[in-house]
Design a protein around this ligand. Structure first.
Ligand code: EPZ
Length: 430
């Protein structure tokens, strides 16, 4: 099992270039299958989740060409089936975008649900509610979501909670439904806007993305286009936290500073210096950081996907910080790992109370999930000594060239596949 081994304690400094947004790319690549012409998507981050989705898209018969530099060309004219069931799609939550895309194009889709979940316990009820409102019959059969409709017709849909996935999935299906669809209480995340922009570039008629009311006038077909994905807000935020935690100085390039406002303002509040440029942001860490309170919220609130990384920074800030997770109930699993590195954190329900410490110490810790894994790497780089982060496949689902980018900032880190390589790293032979 692959691990990252690192020797921490050095401030990170230099420049890093951010990749395209993974969570936008999942919706955009699924949407690309809706045309019967080539769709060229640029700045696709080449991470595991994207590779899983591209495998699924190939499996249904679309042609997928991956070019150097993150360009992917998808041609959906050769699709010959609307059933997606393979080991990969079960591991990928974003695979459910193929339901919206195939339902919109072929009025039929059968897609494996993410492994270990069922419709009740891991809710996609809002996606289903939306598809049903458009006239689809939805069943869950043999672990798959089966969606069918003789005809899709626009509808007025009020989401019970703000859901990124449901908003994107309904937009995909509704873009080729007959008539007008209105999605109320829609998610406003930058990647929702990016998927809408991409569908519009394919000929869809979607207005209001980025507000909480999205209006879609259905069109009969979507056509090919060239589209460039927006920069990844969460990857950028992760490097911002790395600068803060290691007391470094990092210029993060290819970003949209507006998308980072909730993160920048919290870092400013605790004492970091943030300098914004048109498409870059510089974060200068400080020796003494102050505590603050964070509550995760849908965009433009503080993102749940930044909560673990921010908690690492707060673990090193003076005073008591309170972090409230209001999106996912199970997102504090990393806290035990951080405590093993010397952090002083107590979790009560969906609240973590962090009493800052002056330093963290190295340990062997687990990744748990994508963002928790990134947080552990930041902690390891801030801590004195050698830290090993286990199960890095979680991290590689969503961060492109993470180790290489960190090394470019002066981090002493390597990816190793066994104990021997880890020992060699420690002996400086890697
Ligand atoms: C997306 O997940 C992202 N994933 C997540 O990123 C991100 O954490 C999340 O949005 C919130 O921003 C992708 O884009 C692939 P939601 P998604 O639907 O769409 C509840 C990462 O690290 N809900 O906005 O699945 C749900 O339980 C990942 O990159 C329902 O109850 O999230 C949650 O509490 C992790 N019923 C809340 O809504 C539904 O039908 C928000 O979930 C749908 C959601």
């Amino acid at each position: 099992m692959s691990q990252y081994v690192m020797k921490g304690g050095n401030p990170l400094s230099g420049e890093v270039v951010i990749a395209g947004a993974k969570n936008a790319a999942l919706g955009i690549l699924a949407g690309a299958v809706m045309a019967n012409e080539p769709v060229t998507v640029e700045h696709v981050p080449m991470v595991q989740d994207i590779e899983f989705l591209l495998d699924a898209i190939r499996e249904i018969g679309a042609s997928v060409e991956v070019r150097e530099g993150g360009t992917v060309v998808i041609d959906g004219s050769t699709i010959h089936k609307t059933m997606v069931n393979n080991d990969y799609i079960q591991k990928l939550r974003g695979g459910y975008y193929l339901v919206g895309a195939l339902l919109g194009k072929y009025h039929h889709a059968e897609v494996d649900l993410p492994g270990g979940c069922n419709i009740g316990s891991r809710p996609i009820d809002q996606h289903i509610k939306g598809f049903r409102a458009l006239g689809a019959d939805i069943k869950v059969r043999n672990g798959m979501i089966v969606a069918h409709s003789a005809r899709l017709a626009g509808a007025h849909i009020y989401l019970d909670m703000v859901s990124v996935g449901a908003t994107i999935n309904i937009m995909l299906a509704a873009s080729t439904a007959e008539g007008k669809t209105i999605i109320e209480n829609a998610a406003k995340e930058p990647h929702v806007v990016d998927v809408a922009n991409m569908l519009n570039a394919m000929g869809a008629n979607i207005k209001g993305a980025g507000t909480d009311v999205i209006r879609i006038n259905g069109v009969s077909t979507l056509h090919g286009t060239d589209y460039t994905i927006i920069p990844d807000q969460i990857e950028a935020g992760t490097f911002m936290m790395a600068a803060a935690a290691t007391k470094g100085d990092i210029v993060i390039k290819n970003v949209i500073p507006k998308h980072l406002e909730s993160i920048s303002s919290k870092l400013r509040e605790i004492g970091c210096e943030i300098v914004e440029d048109d498409d870059a942001v510089r974060v200068i860490g400080r020796n003494h950081l102050r505590s603050t309170h964070i509550k995760t919220l849908p965009y433009p609130g503080f993102p749940t996907d930044m909560q673990p990384q921010m908690a690492v920074v707060l673990a090193l800030a003076e005073g008591t910080s309170v972090v409230t997770e209001s999106i996912f109930e199970n997102r504090f699993k990393y806290v035990d790992e951080l405590v093993r590195m010397g952090a002083n954190i107590k979790v009560e329900g969906n609240v973590a109370i962090i009493d800052g410490v002056s330093s963290l110490s190295s340990a062997k810790v687990n990744s748990n999930d994508l963002r928790a894994g990134a947080a552990m790497v930041i902690a390891g780089l801030a801590a004195e000594g050698y830290t090993i982060v286990d199960e890095v496949s979680h991290i590689e689902r969503g961060y492109e060239n993470f180790v290489e980018k960190l090394r470019g900032l002066g981090a002493d880190i390597a990816r190793v596949d066994n104990e021997r390589e880890a020992r060699r790293f420690r002996m400086r032979a890697v």
